[in-house]
Design a protein around this ligand. Structure first.
Ligand code: NOJ
Length: 564
C-alpha cells in the first residue's frame, strides 16, 4: 500500500496478476448503468422513468449484462439530477412510484438481471425534512447537528468558516438567515448549495442510513452504488485547504485533503458491510471514490468493507499503451491483494463519453465537460474507433466491468447543446465557464424513425438529441453486424463463454511499447495503440473491434484471438 491512510490489519499479503477468488456474482459481473432520466420515457414528458426502464429491459438481457445500476430516482428537487435527495425511501413522482420500482425489479430479476440502486449519503437535498428542521432550529441544536453548521469567521461571522471550494465551483459554504431573520451560521456543501453535507459523526445520521439500506434491501435490491464514498468524514477542525491548480476536483490528488478519503470513513462501511451480510444473496456495495491510484482505491474494498470500487484511475487513462499497461497491472495487483475483484469502467454520467474523450485535441479535466466554444474538441471518427478498441480490451479483463447506457451504441459526447438547455449545476456555479456533464446525459436513441428516436412517443426530450443520432439508434445497429452494438453483444457473449471475468491474466512479451498484448484464460488480446500495423500471433480471430484483412492489426484496433 502506498497510502498513508488507515494502515490496517485487514490487508492480506499482495497477490499476483490473478482474478480474485470466490463465486459471488459481483466479482465478475458486467454491470450496466441506467441514467433513468435519459433511458426510456413511458409517459412522454421528456424525462425517462421507471416504467420506461421496465419496458426496455429485454434489450439489456439481449445485450447480455449481468446487472443494472440505476442512478437516483428517489424524491428530489432535481437540482443535481437526483443526486440531491429529499426522501431516500420513496420514488420521485417524475420517475413513477414504489410500485413501479417493484415491478421493474421483478422484471429484471425474471430476466436474470440483478439491480443496484444509488445511495447518496454524503449530502441530502436542502428540501430534506431534516435540513428544513435544521434551518428552523437554533445554532447548537440537535437538528443542526445532523449537518455541518459553523459560525463564520470575521468580526460578525461574515466570512465562511474556511476556504474550501465546491466541486461545482464557488465556496463550499452558504450562510443562512436564522429564524429571527438575522444573518446566521454557515453550512457546508461539497457540491451545490442545495446539497448540504451530513455530519457523519452524528449517531442519528448513522442510524438513519442503516434504516435506508434495510428499506431497499428488504425490497430486494442486490446492492448499492455509494455516491461520494470518499467524502463522508471531514478532517477535524475543518482546516483550510487549497487544491493544486491542475488537480481533479473529485479526487484527492494530495495525500491529505481534509474532505476526501479521511480514515474515519472506513468504519462506516464496515458497519454497512454487516448490514448487508445479514441478508441472503450476496448483496454488494460499490464505492464511488475518486482516488488517484488503484492502491488507494483498494482501501475501500478490504474484506470487511465494500465489495467493489470504481476504478477511476483506469477510466481516466488515455488511449496510450504504456499508461494502460501500468494501470491494468496495478489494478490486478492492488484489488486482488485485498481479496476484491478489479473493476473497469470507461464512461459514466459524470465524464465525457469515451467515444469522444479518447480522441480530444487537448485536455479536459474530469467534470469540466466540453461545449461548442471549448478549445478542446473531439476528433470525429477517431474517438469511436479508439472507443471500440478500448471496450474490446476492457471487456476481456478479469473482474467486473461497468458500462454506461449508450456506450454500446457508440454514442459520442453531445458538444453543441444550446446554452439555454444546459442543466448541470457546474454550468451555473462557474458562470458558464465550465460546460459540465450534460453532454453525456442526452436521452439515448432506440428507433431511428420514431419520435425522440423511440425514447418516448411524443418527441419531448429534457436535453435535445442530435440529428445524427438516427445512425446510432438501437434498431439500426441491431441489424448491422459491424455496429458497435453488435460488437458489444459479441464481447459480452464470448466473455461469458470463456469465463474471462475469473480467468488468469498474463502480459505477453515481445511487443512494442505501444501495443497491449495479454492472455486471459484461453483468449489472447492484442490492441494496437501505436501508428504502425502489428503482426498478430497464431490463433483464429474471435472478435475484432474493426474489420481488417490478413494478419496485420491496424492502428487503434483490438482483437481477441482463440488459442490454437
Ligand atoms: C457523484 C455523482 O456521480 C454526480 O453526478 C453528483 O453530481 C455528485 N456525486 C454529487 O452527488
Amino acid at each position: 500500500m502506498t497510502s498513508t491512510q488507515d494502515a490496517s490489519p485487514h490487508v492480506p499479503a499482495a497477490g499476483s496478476l490473478a482474478a480474485a477468488p470466490g463465486p459471488e456474482w459481483w466479482r465478475t459481473a458486467v454491470i450496466y448503468q441506467i441514467y433513468p432520466r435519459s433511458f426510456a420515457d413511458s409517459n412522454g414528458d421528456g424525462l425517462g422513468d421507471l416504467p420506461g426502464i421496465t419496458s426496455r429491459l429485454g434489450a439489456l438481457a439481449e445485450l447480455g449484462v449481468d446487472a443494472i445500476w440505476l442512478s437516483p430516482f428517489m424524491v428530489s428537487p432535481q437540482n443535481d439530477a437526483g443526486y440531491d435527495v429529499a426522501d431516500y425511501c420513496d420514488v420521485d413522482p417524475i420517475f413513477g412510484t414504489l410500485g413501479d420500482f417493484d415491478a421493474m425489479l421483478a422484471t429484471a430479476h425474471g430476466l436474470g438481471i440483478r439491480v443496484i440502486v444509488d445511495l447518496v449519503p454524503n449530502h441530502s437535498s436542502d428540501q430534506h425534512r431534516w435540513f428544513q428542521e435544521a434551518l428552523a432550529a437554533a445554532p447548537g441544536s440537535p437538528e443542526r447537528a445532523r449537518y455541518i453548521f459553523r459560525d463564520g469567521r470575521g468580526e460578525h461571522g461574515e466570512l465562511p468558516p474556511n476556504n474550501w471550494e465546491s466541486v461545482f465551483g464557488g465556496p463550499q459554504w452558504d450562510r443562512v438567515s436564522e429564524p429571527d431573520s438575522t444573518p446566521g451560521q454557515w453550512y457546508l456543501h461539497i457540491f451545490d448549495s442545495s446539497q448540504p453535507d451530513f455530519d457523519w459523526t452524528s449517531p442519528e445520521v448513522r442510524e438513519e442510513f442503516r434504516r435506508i439500506l434495510r428499506f431497499w434491501l428488504d425490497r430486494g435490491v442486490d446492492g448499492f452504488r455509494v455516491d461520494v464514498a470518499h467524502g463522508l468524514i471531514k478532517k477535524e477542525g475543518l482546516p483550510d485547504y487549497t487544491p493544486p491548480a491542475d488537480g481533479d476536483s473529485m479526487g484527492g490528488d494530495d495525500d491529505d485533503v481534509p474532505y476526501w478519503g479521511q480514515p474515519g470513513v472506513h468504519e462506516i462501511y464496515r458497519d454497512w458491510h454487516e448490514v448487508l451480510a445479514a441478508y441472503d444473496g450476496d448483496r454488494a456495495l460499490c464505492a464511488e471514490a475518486w482516488l488517484p491510484t488503484p492502491d488507494k482505491t483498494a482501501l475501500w474494498v478490504r474484506p470487511d468493507e465494500m465489495h467493489q470500487a470504481f476504478n477511476f484511475p483506469y477510466a481516466m487513462t488515455d488511449w496510450e499503451a504504456p499508461a494502460l499497461r501500468e494501470v491494468i497491472t496495478e489494478s490486478l495487483r492492488a484489488f486482488p491483494a485485498v481479496g476484491a475483484p478489479a473493476t473497469w469502467v470507461l464512461s459514466n454520467h459524470d465524464v465525457i463519453r469515451h467515444a469522444s474523450r479518447l480522441a480530444l485535441t487537448g485536455e479536459s479535466p474530469q467534470g469540466e465537460g466540453i461545449g461548442p466554444l471549448s478549445p478542446t474538441q473531439p476528433i470525429p471518427g477517431l474517438g469511436l474507433r479508439r472507443a471500440r478498441a478500448a471496450s474490446t480490451v476492457m471487456l476481456a479483463l478479469p473482474g467486473s466491468a461497468y458500462l454506461y447506457q449508450g456506450e454500446e451504441l457508440g454514442l459520442p459526447e453531445v458538444v453543441d447543446i444550446p446554452d439555454a438547455a444546459r442543466q448541470d449545476p457546474t454550468w451555473f456555479r462557474t458562470n458558464h465557464e465550465k460546460y459540465g456533464r450534460d453532454g453525456c446525459r442526452v436521452p439515448i436513441p432506440w428507433e431511428a424513425a420514431a419520435p425522440a428516436y423511440g425514447f418516448n412517443e411524443t418527441g419531448a426530450s429534457w436535453l435535445p438529441q442530435p440529428a445524427e443520432w438516427a445512425e446510432h439508434a438501437r434498431d439500426v445497429e441491431a441489424r448491422d453486424p459491424r455496429s458497435t452494438l453488435s460488437l458489444y453483444r459479441r464481447l459480452l457473449s464470448e466473455r461469458r463463454a470463456h469465463g474471462l471475468g475469473a480467468a488468469p491474466f498474463a502480459w505477453l512479451e515481445g511487443y512494442s511499447d505501444d501495443v497491449l498484448a495479454f492472455r486471459v484464460g484461453d483468449v489472447t488480446v492484442i490492441a494496437n495503440a501505436g501508428s504502425a500495423p502489428v503482426e498478430l500471433p497464431a490463433g483464429g480471430i474471435l472478435i475484432s473491434s474493426e474489420p481488417f484483412e490478413g494478419r496485420m492489426l491496424p492502428t487503434d484496433t483490438a482483437v481477441w484471438l482463440a488459442r490454437d
